[in-house]
Design a binder for this molecule. Structure first.
Ligand code: NAG
Ligand code: NAG
Length: 424
């Protein structure tokens, strides 16, 4: 199974309503040469006939890109303009990104998520193959998204030659696994764990059976977070039972995520967490990279640790946090529960951004735009309070609704004044 990157999650990508098809048509109009582009009418037809396969990426209210396709029995020119609801092939017709979002890996993120959503959507379980045609200069892009070039296409569409590419969903749906020896660089030493990339609908029973089959002390299952929430979730099983947390399996899972060719985020090395914050590998529950993919380093990193490790953080070595190239904005460290003991918050956090001149932010709204969806999905709560455990401390009331974060908090005005000798 091909695994999308952590940062893919940040794109607000999902089914596109009919009301946005006109915006899609404008992108199509700007993005394809005259002899290739689909008209508003044919995009509307695709959205009405095959709404499950028409998805868009939004940035705020704006459409940043879209992908659409229809199902067919056979991938030939005539069937590309119709939709046969039980066809085993999904033909992709457009992968289109607005000019201002190009060269930011938006298309890569969209297409990987599109493939993943189709692969595991119950309505698409009889689709075996995704097919498309592409011009030569886009072949490497499609290959990086998991497609295979079959050869020159017989479909003639516009004046240039087209290539036929396919992606086998049957193979994609099969879970890949790794066996990792943790805490050693010598095969056969250290502590072995099995790491399985699991589909979102994996059941506990199935995971338990697989863990029993591996018969290693732990098997860890990595599932990407539900659409719209950043990160991955990990589930740990011994051959006989599920357990809460396992240090060496977490390290094993992290090494698979970092080493996996489709995960192109740079690694935050554990040394930085240890030397910068005094966090041990055993206390890490998840590491999530946040920000557009394709940059040398992500903007922010969210590290969830155990509550006891969170409470005993530090002393913080700001120089170490500043020196690492692993991120370029800030580092969020968080845990489930209320570290203050009195605020009633569902999660607690601290935010360090020495790289941009904020050693530690006392109460940070930006960090909560990442924390809120993360814990909302994890705890299954739409509304929750976050306690920021800085020296000043504060509580942010957050709500995760319709792909947006709403925040409010108490506040008190403690001073006011007017500018003198300088004007705006
Ligand atoms: C999970 O989804 C896949 C693809 O839709 C399907 O083939 C499989 O049976 C599902 N598994 C479970 C346990 O529902
Ligand atoms: C599983 O591993 C345990 C512990 O190493 C061993 O005692 C047992 O025989 C193994 N079971 C199988 C079926 O290999």
């Amino acid at each position: 199974m091909f695994f999308p990157t952590l940062s893919d999650e940040l794109i607000d990508f999902g089914l596109l309503p009919l009301s946005l098809v006109a915006s899609a048509a404008s992108l199509e109009e700007a993005g394809y040469p005259a002899d290739e582009k689909a008209s508003l009418g044919s995009l509307e037809y695709r959205q009405k006939e095959a709404p499950d396969y028409f998805m868009g990426a939004k940035v705020g209210a704006e459409l940043a890109g879209f992908i659409c396709g229809t199902r067919c029995e056979e991938f030939v020119e005539e069937t590309m303009s119709t939709h046969s609801p039980s066809g085993p092939i999904l033909a992709i017709h457009s992968v289109c990104v607005a000019e201002e979002y190009r060269r930011k890996k938006v298309a890569t993120s969209m297409l990987r998520q599109y493939v993943n959503d189709v692969a595991f959507s119950p309505t698409s379980s009889t689709i075996t193959t995704i097919a498309l045609i592409a011009k030569q200069h886009l072949l490497s892009f499609y290959v990086s998204c998991g497609f295979t070039v079959i050869g020159l296409s017989e479909i003639v569409h516009g004046k240039d030659p087209w290539f036929h590419l396919t992606l086998s969903l049957t193979d994609y749906r099969k879970s890949k696994f790794y066996v990792v020896d943790a805490f050693t660089s010598t095969p056969g030493c250290g502590n072995p764990a099995a790491v399985v990339l699991a589909p979102p609908n994996a059941t506990d029973e199935a995971m338990q059976t697989i863990a029993k089959e591996f018969n290693l002390s732990e098997t860890v299952f990595i599932t990407r977070a539900p659409a719209g929430a950043p990160g991955y979730s990990l589930a740990y099983f011994t051959p006989t039972t599920e357990i809460n947390l396992c240090g060496h399996a977490t390290l094993a899972a992290a090494s698979v995520l970092f080493a996996h060719p489709s995960v192109d985020s740079p690694t935050l090395d554990f040394d930085v967490l240890r030397s910068g914050l005094g966090i041990s590998a055993e206390s890490i529950i998840s590491i999530n990279y946040v920000g557009p993919s394709g940059q040398a380093s992500p903007e922010d990193i969210l590290v969830e640790v155990t509550p006891s490790s969170f409470s005993s953080l530090g002393p913080v070595d700001l120089q170490a946090l500043k020196a690492t190239a692993a991120y370029h904005h800030g580092l969020i460290v968080c845990c489930e529960g209320d570290a203050s003991g009195a605020s009633g918050a569902q999660f607690s956090s601290r935010f360090f951004a020495p790289k941009i001149g904020i050693d530690e932010d006392p109460v940070c709204g930006r960090a909560h735009t990442i924390l809120c969806p993360y814990f909302s999905k994890k705890l299954g709560l739409p509304a929750l309070d976050g306690f920021q455990n800085s020296e000043r401390g504060g509580v942010i009331k957050c709500k995760w609704e319709g792909g947006r974060v709403y925040m409010r908090g108490e506040r008190v005005i403690v001073s006011s004044g007017q500018l003198e000798g300088i004007s705006l």
